[in-house]
Design a protein around this ligand. Structure first.
Ligand SMILES: [Zn+2]
Length: 481
């Protein structure tokens, strides 16, 4: 029996409970930092399998780890599980028309139910395989909540939990099968507040100092900044307090929320400082007081090149999920739920990825049935999303892969994705991710030279250690994000 066939047997033995966990977490659909039922489900299942639980990592009640050692306990490796849902995306599983399970309730529109469950299946299958085959190592399942909120992995990394971890693997539900190196960017979010002096805007305007003017001047300053920043950077803002609704009052209070993104964490921090300078200038111009509070930050994600190459080879060996007629039918029908603009966008993307001559055929059978070669993944096109997996990747060599759990061109954070992530298509993609990660964990644990190479690459990238982009006094915003 080949090693892959053997590993498939181990993955097969955890399949039923992995799918059951995925369905139950999908049902719970809990919001960031509120994932108590989901975390308890994972903790209970892992404890029953002999894993040792450490609860409340970095002061976050729904963050935990579950670890199990075999033999010498070296190397140490982690699986990064998520299980938070998105607001208002409740939707019946497997349906291709909009029908919430509960109107306005949260739903798993990013597939984190599948993400967490595949990490569970991998942790157990890997541990069992190691035990039966005399392979040493420690498997750690990291329960990481609130990826869709303020994130948790940067706090867990800041607390040092990844310092002695030799490598980390994770995955994300997707439309494609590929080793993810999608170039997620760094992000920092902050609240800016301005305090002025209230006055009658008609009777005594000269006595007032407008916080609203300061907020507007800050925004204008940032508009001018946009000409002088790198192309890939983004600065977003929203008014969270415009000072009230009465024009005849000089507003003494105003607040803005800003988010700054850039490809590298160093570029992001530099740009954020420039935004703070502008805010100070706006306060100076209006004789108001400015204060700001950083609320969130993620590092950019760059997967470990050495481990990505190995992971990609494992993926090609395992192959894509196997789809049947019922899967293709659901996928085809789901495409019909998108409007014309989205469909033409999907067709363009497919043409870019697979060639214009393939588009009609793919739209007829819209589920990815191949594996995108690593050569094409190595130089990713710029993407402007962000994830807290980036922070782990600066602390320990990390790889995130993608498997297809939804139709080609499916849009994330939609009811359509909630439907896929509770369906048999989602389960098939999840079990494929479980198989690939299990194979990769075993191969890596048996290859000290590869682990050393990945560590050397990481040290060159992070300057010797992980630095959290958040100031030390920024605590996890549990219950207030
Ligand atoms: Zn996600």
């Amino acid at each position: 029996m080949s090693q892959l066939e053997d590993i498939r047997r181990y993955v097969g033995s955890v399949r039923e409970e992995t799918e059951d966990i995925a369905r139950r977490v999908w049902d719970y659909a809990e919001l960031p930092f509120e994932e108590y039922k989901s975390a308890d489900l994972f903790k209970k299942a892992l404890a029953e399998k002999g894993f040792e639980i450490e609860d409340g990592l970095a002061g976050i009640p729904t963050a935990f780890l579950a670890k199990c050692s075999v033999g010498t306990g070296k190397p140490v490796f982690g699986l990064l599980a998520e299980y938070d849902a998105l607001d208002t995306l409740s939707q019946e599983a497997g349906l291709t028309v909009r029908k919430p399970v509960k109107e306005g309730a949260p739903g798993h529109g990013c597939g984190h139910n599948l993400l967490g469950a595949a990490c569970y299946g991998t942790a157990v299958a890997v541990r069992d395989y190691m035990k039966d085959n005399g392979i040493d190592g420690t498997v750690i399942f990291f329960g990481c909540p609130a990826e869709e909120g303020a994130g948790s992995k940067q706090f867990i990394a800041r607390a040092g939990y990844f310092d002695d971890v030799d490598f980390c693997y994770t995955w994300h539900p997707s439309n494609y099968n590929e080793v993810g190196n999608t170039g997620s960017v760094a992000i920092m979010g902050a609240n800016f507040t301005f305090e002025g002096i209230a006055s009658h805007a008609g009777g005594s305007p000269h006595l007032g100092r407008s916080a609203l003017d300061a907020a507007e001047l800050m925004n204008i300053g940032v508009q001018f900044l946009r000409e002088h920043m790198i192309d890939q950077a983004r600065v977003h803002y929203a008014f969270t307090n415009a000072g009230g609704t009465a024009p005849n009052v000089v507003q003494d209070h105003a607040a803005l929320k800003y988010e700054v993104r850039a490809p590298k964490v160093s570029q992001m921090k530099e740009l954020f400082d420039r935004v703070v300078h502008i805010a100070r200038g706006a306060a100076e111009m209006t004789e108001t007081k400015m204060d700001y509070e950083i609320t969130m930050a993620f590092s950019d994600y760059i997967g470990s090149p050495a481990l990505s190459e190995m992971m990609s080879a494992c993926m090609e060996e395992c192959g894509a999920p196997v789809w049947d007629d019922a899967d293709y039918e659901m996928a085809r029908n789901m495409l019909k739920s998108y409007n014309e603009a989205t469909i033409s966008n999907i067709r363009e993307t497919l043409a870019e990825r697979f060639g214009a001559d393939k588009v009609d055929e793919l739209m007829e059978k819209p589920l990815h049935g191949g594996v995108i070669p690593y050569e094409r993944v190595k130089n990713p096109v710029y993407k402007s999303g962000s994830t807290d997996v980036g922070d782990v990747a600066y602390a320990s060599p990390t790889v995130m892969l993608n498997t297809a759990t939804s139709c080609l061109g499916n849009v994330g954070h939609t009811w359509q994705n909630t439907s896929f992530c509770g369906s048999r298509i989602g389960m098939k993609g999840m079990m494929k991710a479980c198989e690939i990660m299990t194979l990769a964990c075993i191969r890596t644990a048996q290859d000290p030279a590869l682990i050393a190479k990945a560590r050397a690459e990481l040290l060159a990238k992070n300057g010797g250690h992980y630095t959290c982009p958040l100031p030390d006094d920024v605590l996890p915003p549990v219950g207030k994000y």
